[in-house]
Design a protein around this ligand. Structure first.
Ligand code: ADP
Length: 490
């Protein structure tokens, strides 16, 4: 007898036995024989008339056939039906029926035989089908549970009310608490955690949001503060589960412990920050020494020495730019990049920057701007964005081609565009070029030096000025980089 069932349910309640296909033949046979004995005892001992069994025999045994075919499938139903028919034969012969009566009785038994067998087969078959379905669903569930338990990420599955139906070991480990089955998500948070530096509440429950909106949520970052222990960084996603009609019937949430990754990133950022700070001073001194050396030598230096000193200066400036980009990236990562806003004319800054870069460019830079486009922004940082986009246009387009720069006014914004007819960027790469340290790697482009920091820094600067930055480009045909800034109006 299975542990989850009591004696009554196991032996007598066919509903409780649904999904278990351990059909018995002995039990129906024994109970049918017992019913035969009782029927005979009632006829002979109580009514003292062997012919009194008639109706009793029909109803009780039909009931038994229905019951056992539902309890024990076709086998159970048939064994009850056959024993019942044998009993009917016994009644007919033991009561010495003869002549017409015997023929009528045998005909009736034949009809009952057909009826009982049909009943047993239909009900038994239905029972077996239901068991098959339940078993299949159970197997599916067990298979899913085993897979979910093995996953390296935490998984929590709830029903449509948000009650937890399934949670794997990894979820317990990540949250540092046993997730109770049946707990209603959002009623009270399972753990203390922060989202965007504020304690989480019901409204932050991904599962509840997903259940009400029916839309998946991807990669939300939470920080769990384990009392007296280290912080845990959690990346969580949740998705609704729909039935065939498209109604939300459940939700699943995936929890990923990214603490190690975060700590490593923090250590890396600290290192980059420290290293670039340490590099800044000697590079500045080197630049000063070279400058003082070249001014001391003055016109006395030969052509070769002058060339060498210029190359050293150029390389030092490159190094300086690189270190300052590195510092900016690490400041952005740690949220320490600050802006000194002032009011200035963007059109003038664009024109000046374009003129300045024309000096070192082999391309022709054409610049057309609307006038008096005032913005309130960090001038140095916007200049940094402009030089980055313009030097990219110079770097990634052929000499003697044209670079067109425009500043226009549109819906209360100033839009700057820098168009080149260079190597262009594929649609796939366009999605990534504004990411940190992303560089297009392709055989034709290996000759261009860079670290993929410029556009990332530019994007962050523009974003923090409430502007937008984007690109339109076709591989091989050229690119147009745009950025917008809100206009300053008093
Ligand atoms: P990098 O220092 O490599 O230039 P950026 O962040 O400025 O870094 O640019 C990222 C990548 O975007 C570059 O490596 C380059 O592949 C691509 N890119 C940027 N500007 C252009 C352009 N005008 N034409 C073609 N590709 C460009």
């Amino acid at each position: 007898m299975p542990q989850d069932m009591n004696r009554f349910n196991y032996y007598l309640n066919p509903i409780a036995r649904l999904g278990r296909s351990n059909y018995s033949v002995g039990f129906p046979a024994a109970i049918t024989l017992l019913a035969v004995l009782i029927s005979e005892a009632i006829a002979y001992l109580i009514f003292k008339n062997p012919e009194s069994v008639g109706l009793f025999a029909i109803f009780v045994f039909v009931g038994l056939i229905i019951y056992f075919s539902f309890r024990d499938g076709i086998k159970g139903g048939l064994v009850t039906a056959i024993l019942t028919i044998l009993y009917y034969f016994y009644i007919v012969f033991s009561r010495h029926h003869s002549g017409d009566r015997l023929v009528r009785d045998l005909e009736t038994i034949g009809i009952f035989l057909a009826l009982y067998v049909t009943l047993a087969v239909i009900i038994g078959w239905l029972r077996q089908k239901i068991d098959g379905l339940i078993e299949r669903e159970g197997n599916e569930r067990r298979r899913l549970q085993t897979i979910v338990q093995q996953l390296p990420v935490g998984v929590v599955v709830t029903d449509k009310e948000g009650k937890i139906e399934m949670a794997n070991k990894q979820a317990d480990i990540i949250l540092g608490a046993k997730i109770p089955k049946g707990h209603k998500v959002g009623r009270e948070p399972l753990v203390k955690a922060n989202y965007k530096n504020k304690p989480i509440s019901n409204s932050h429950s991904l599962i509840l949001q997903v259940l009400t909106t029916g839309k998946a949520i991807v990669d939300r970052e939470y920080v769990i503060d384990k009392e007296n222990k280290r912080k845990i960084h959690l990346l969580a996603s949740a998705t609704p589960i729909f039935n065939r009609e498209g109604k939300v019937i459940a939700a699943a949430s995936i929890l990923n412990d990214i603490t190690q990754q975060k700590e490593l990133e923090e250590r890396k950022d600290d290192f980059v920050n420290m290293a670039s700070h340490e590099l800044k001073t000697p590079i500045t001194s080197m630049k000063l020494y070279v400058e003082s050396l070249s001014s001391r030598l003055g016109d006395k230096s030969g052509e070769r020495t002058k060339k060498t000193l210029d190359s050293i200066k150029y390389q030092i400036i490159r190094l300086q730019n690189l270190v300052s980009d590195l510092l900016d990236v690490s400041r952005l990562q740690t949220g320490k990049l600050s802006f000194n806003k002032e009011e200035f004319r963007l059109d003038s800054l664009v024109a000046e920057t374009a003129q300045e870069l024309q000096g070192s460019a082999k391309q022709t830079i054409l610049c057309s701007t609307s006038s008096h486009l005032r913005v309130s922004a960090d001038k140095f940082r916007i200049y940094q964005v402009l030089t980055n986009i313009m030097t990219n246009a110079i770097k990634y387009s052929p000499a003697q081609s044209q670079i067109k720069i425009k500043v226009v006014k549109e819906d209360g914004r100033a839009i700057v565009s820098v168009q080149d007819s260079g190597i262009g960027i594929t649609k796939e790469q366009q999605k990534k070029i504004f990411d940190r340290l992303y560089q297009v790697t392709d055989d034709t482009e290996k000759t261009f030096p860079g670290f993929g920091m410029g556009l990332y820094i530019s994007k962050e600067i523009i974003k923090r000025h409430k502007g937008n930055i984007w690109v339109e480009s076709e591989k091989g045909k050229g690119s147009i980089f745009y950025f917008s800034l809100p206009l300053f109006n008093k």
